[in-house]
Each structure stands twice: as structure tokens, then as C-alpha cells.
Design a protein around this ligand. Structure first.
Ligand code: SF4
Length: 334
């Protein structure tokens, strides 16, 4: 448990010596962040991370930990309540060695140290990678640098119906950065009407994608401690802690009503355009930028009938009305 840099050697040694322990617990004892080195990406079977010839993004860490401790989040327990940025030169070296132009920077939030964030964006811009990330600092200078450094789209929490959220989404778009809203249902301050208003609001703020989750009281969070103390958790089956099932008694509605609202949110947001079609639009945006910069890689025709290693059923082909630029990308890809 915890971070493995500098520790896995001991595990292998114990295994070789026949004295492997059941648990190696390094939670709360994080290694020096500068010791985080490049992954052995040469071990990947890349053909298995491929959808119809399009290589999936590589996951990448530029930092770990978080200086916040939000109510439903276990990151401060798992990664430490401290922002731990990797040295920028190491990040650049690591990123440059990845044989993929599209990455997902999986850091919890990049908006934790403005100077490091700006240094990072300036340093990675020449690599011409395109990347997805969680929140970026809400600052015009930082957003401009992020866009120039290849920000493709971000996951941004949409937690209320305020003008601030509306403008936050617009500011990303102003810099050509897409937005996937992450929307959490079931906190104690939400009534049924609040959730319905929030779902309606999503139609007004021009999100590119949305992902809905139901509050899950994960151990080691304040949310878990509160609900446990109040006797409101009724389901302790870990398989149900998938953020799509209600495992506790919500404050202002029945568990069934919360579950219904969650299902309704998915259906309502993707009613006029499917998730695949919206994702395709984002894909086209990044492909066009890559074509302009000369980094676009056409899809691998060998894998056109495969998705994550499995055969694709071509009879279910999704035919959408496409814009001229989308048709150009499809043509180039084929
Ligand atoms: S990772 Fe995000 S949600 Fe979790 S504590 Fe940090 S800012 Fe809050």
C-alpha cells in the first residue's frame, strides 16, 4: 500500500527469499518525489490500449498529493496532504520519452502551485503533446500557457449553478480547452430540487462532456466518518462503492430517489447527442490541432476492427452527421 518508489526491490527480494509479507504498508510515508522516474512503458502491449486503430492516452504523473482535504475525497490520506510536484526537468525528460502524443496527466489538481504550473507548461510546450488533466489554475496567464502547452480538455467539478461556474467553463473554452464536467450528487446540502436545477444548468454552460457520480463514503474521508457516526451507511459491500450506487441514507431524499436522479442525469445530458458523438467532437478538435502542428498520427489500419484487443461488431457502426472538418479527419484516418 502507498507509493512504491524505492520499496518494490524489498518486495521482490522477500519473494525470492520465500518470506513475502501479506501487506507492505507505506501509507503516510511517501518517498522523495524526485525519485519518481520514468515508467517501463516498453512493457506495454500497446495494441491492447487501442480502439479501432486509435491509440489510447498514456497516463502520466507530474505531481502527487494534494494540499486540500475535501469532504468526499481520500487523496489526502492516500497521497498525503501536501502538494508534491516533480522537478520540471524530470517531467520533461519522462514525457519526451513516451511514444504517444496524447496523455492524461492524472495529477489530482494542477492548480496547487502557480509558479510550478507555469514553469511546467512553458517547459513541456515544445514537446507538442496533447493532454487531458484535472483542474488548471483559473488565471488568464496560466490558461494561455496551458493551451500553448497542449491542454486538450480538463475535468472540472461543477458543484453549483453559479455564474462563477458558468464563466469558469467559458474561460477554458476561450483558450480552446475543452471541459468535461464532473458532477457529484448526494451531499447533505443537496435537495431533490437542487439536483434537478443542476442538471438543467448543465444544458446552459456548454460542457463538452459530463460525468455523474453518486457520493460514496470512502474510508479515510470526513464524509465516511460523519455518515458512519450518524448510522446512515446501510451497505458495506465494497463492490457497491463504485460511485454509481447509493450505499447510504441521503439527508433530503430516499436512496431510490437519488439513484433515479443519477440515472436521469446521464440520460438527460446525452439525450440530444450521444457520449460517443461528443467524444468524437473532442477527438476531432485535438486531431485538427495535431494536423496543424504536423504531429498527427493516422490510425493504425491493422487494428481498425479491434477495440482493446477484442473484435469490433461493424454492424453497430455509429453514423453521425459530421462537419466538414470532422469528415476531413475521418478521411485522413482511413
Ligand atoms: S484531490 Fe481534488 S477533491 Fe481531493 S482533496 Fe484535492 S482538491 Fe479536493
Amino acid at each position: 500500500m502507498g507509493e512504491s518508489e524505492g520499496r518494490s526491490e524489498q518486495v521482490i527480494q522477500d519473494w525470492k527469499n520465500g518470506c513475502l509479507k501479506k501487506i507492505y504498508n507505506y501509507i503516510g510515508n511517501q518517498p522523495d518525489i524526485a525519485s519518481v522516474g520514468p515508467c517501463r512503458r516498453d512493457l506495454y502491449k500497446r495494441d491492447l490500449y487501442n480502439h479501432k486503430g486509435v491509440q489510447m492516452v498514456d497516463l502520466f504523473n507530474a505531481s502527487r498529493g494534494c494540499r486540500f482535504s475535501c469532504y468526499p475525497c481520500a487523496v489526502s490520506y492516500l497521497g498525503g496532504r501536501k502538494f508534491r510536484p516533480r522537478p520540471v526537468d524530470k517531467v520533461v525528460e519522462d514525457m519526451a520519452g513516451i511514444d504517444n502524443n496524447r496523455l492524461f496527466i492524472v495529477d489530482n489538481s494542477l492548480a496547487q502551485d502557480k509558479q510550478w504550473e507555469m514553469d511546467l507548461f512553458r517547459a513541456i510546450a515544445p514537446l507538442k503533446k496533447k493532454w487531458i488533466s484535472h483542474t488548471i489554475e483559473d488565471d488568464p496567464e496560466v490558461l494561455d500557457l496551458a493551451a500553448k502547452a497542449g491542454a486538450w480538455y480538463v475535468y472540472q467539478a461543477v458543484y453549483d449553478t453559479s455564474d462563477y461556474i458558468k464563466e469558469r467553463v467559458k474561460r477554458y473554452h476561450d483558450y480552446g480547452i475543452g471541459v468535461e464536467g464532473t458532477i457529484l450528487f448526494g451531499l447533505d446540502n443537496q435537495t431533490e430540487d437542487d439536483i434537478k436545477r443542476l442538471i438543467d444548468f448543465l444544458g446552459e454552460i456548454d460542457l463538452d462532456l459530463a460525468e455523474f457520480t453518486i457520493f460514496a463514503p470512502f474510508p479515510h474521508t470526513k464524509g465516511h466518518d460523519d455518515l458512519l457516526r450518524q448510522g446512515r451507511i446501510f451497505d458495506f459491500d465494497w463492490d457497491h462503492y463504485n460511485a454509481g450506487q447509493v450505499v447510504y441514507q441521503p439527508k433530503h431524499m430516499t436512496p431510490e430517489k437519488l439513484q433515479d436522479l443519477y440515472e436521469y442525469a446521464w440520460k438527460s445530458f446525452y439525450a440530444s447527442e450521444s457520449q460517443e458523438a461528443k467524444m468524437f467532437r473532442l477527438f476531432c478538435n485535438v486531431a485538427l490541432r495535431e494536423m496543424e502542428e504536423g504531429t498527427y498520427r493516422p490510425r493504425d489500419r491493422r487494428l481498425a476492427n479491434k477495440s482493446f484487443g477484442r473484435d469490433v461488431d461493424r454492424s453497430k457502426r455509429n453514423v453521425n452527421v459530421r462537419t466538414e472538418s470532422q469528415k476531413l479527419i475521418v478521411k485522413n484516418a482511413e
